[in-house]
Design a protein around this ligand. Structure first.
Ligand code: PXL
Length: 274
């Protein structure tokens, strides 16, 4: 590889495809590019919304061998000393979680950002419970940074989250359980003027705020937030700086969201271009 001083930082997402480009690996890759990093994807599953069935998710897992092959190709090309920052998005099944956990444990990237994607419409709740347990047992212990949404925060902390105080308590609990930096996303789901997220690491807790833009969650906000954290960490930011910059990136993207026929809008990753 030619050595130049402007070689970009490398970023990998291990995530699912969401075909309409709002969420998933597409959102991650666009975010990686927008923030000046060299993005890569190992695909775990393919989600296709169904316009004939209330936009429910159709879900197809990628074979575990094929997931391993993609990760082998990527780390064969760039060793862990070059590619030291990895994001994990939607896994979708316990088998995928075990495959990815083994592949990551063998490579030990310096930064592992876990977006603990749990709910996907169209999946059986029983299946989601298995996925939740596998995430907690196998991936959470490997993570250096975790970005749960409101529901995932409740699941991981084992408590109800209704107020900002609850979100702070739950985020601190997830930090205690995992040792990872935590960015717990309240977004529009906590009452009040602001979309609030809570960051916690060993140096303490910080509430990140931005005025709410509408009252509806936007597709891709969670994926893009975690991907922006990943890109900033790859470029050398501290977890706290990465969280602050990621919040700015997502706020700008929500301001410039795009609307189609789905009942939710999609974040545009180009929001900070101005
Ligand atoms: O936003 C969570 C998410 C992550 N990954 C994939 C998705 C979704 C939601 O639609 O489809 C692939």
């Amino acid at each position: 590889m030619p050595e130049t001083t402007d070689t970009p930082a490398m970023t990998l997402t291990i995530a699912g495809s969401e075909a309409t480009g709002g969420a998933g690996a597409q959102a991650d890759l666009k975010t990686f590019q927008e923030l000046g990093t060299f993005g890569m994807v190992a695909l775990t599953c393919i989600v296709s919304f169904n316009p004939k069935d209330q936009w429910n998710h159709r879900f197809v897992p990628v074979e575990t061998q094929v997931i391993q092959d993609q990760i082998e190709a990527i780390f064969g090309n760039y060793g862990p000393e070059v590619l030291d920052t990895v994001k994990l998005g939607m896994m979708g099944s316990p088998a995928t979680i075990s495959t990815v956990a083994a592949a990551i444990a063998a490579r030990k990237p310096k930064n592992l950002v876990l977006d603990p994607v749990l709910i996907c419409k169209g999946q059986e709740p029983g299946h989601a419970q298995d996925t939740d347990n596998a995430l907690k047992a196998e991936l959470l212990p490997l993570a250096s940074f975790v970005t749960p949404n409101h529901f995932e925060t409740e699941q991981l902390a084992g408590m109800k989250v209704e107020t900002l105080e609850d979100l702070q308590t739950a985020a601190a609990e997830i930090h205690r359980l995992s040792g990872a930096a935590v960015l717990a996303k309240g977004g529009v789901r906590i009452a009040g003027e602001d979309a609030v997220d809570v960051f916690v690491d060993a140096d303490g807790l910080e509430v990140l705020r931005a005025p709410k833009i509408g009252e509806h969650a936007v597709s891709g906000a969670g994926c893009s937030l975690a991907a922006a954290v990943t890109a900033e960490l790859a470029k050398g930011a501290t977890p706290r700086e990465a969280a602050r910059r990621a919040k700015e990136f997502v706020t700008a993207g929500i301001k410039q969201r795009v609307a189609g026929n789905t009942p939710f809008d999609a974040l545009w990753q180009g929001g900070l271009r101005g």
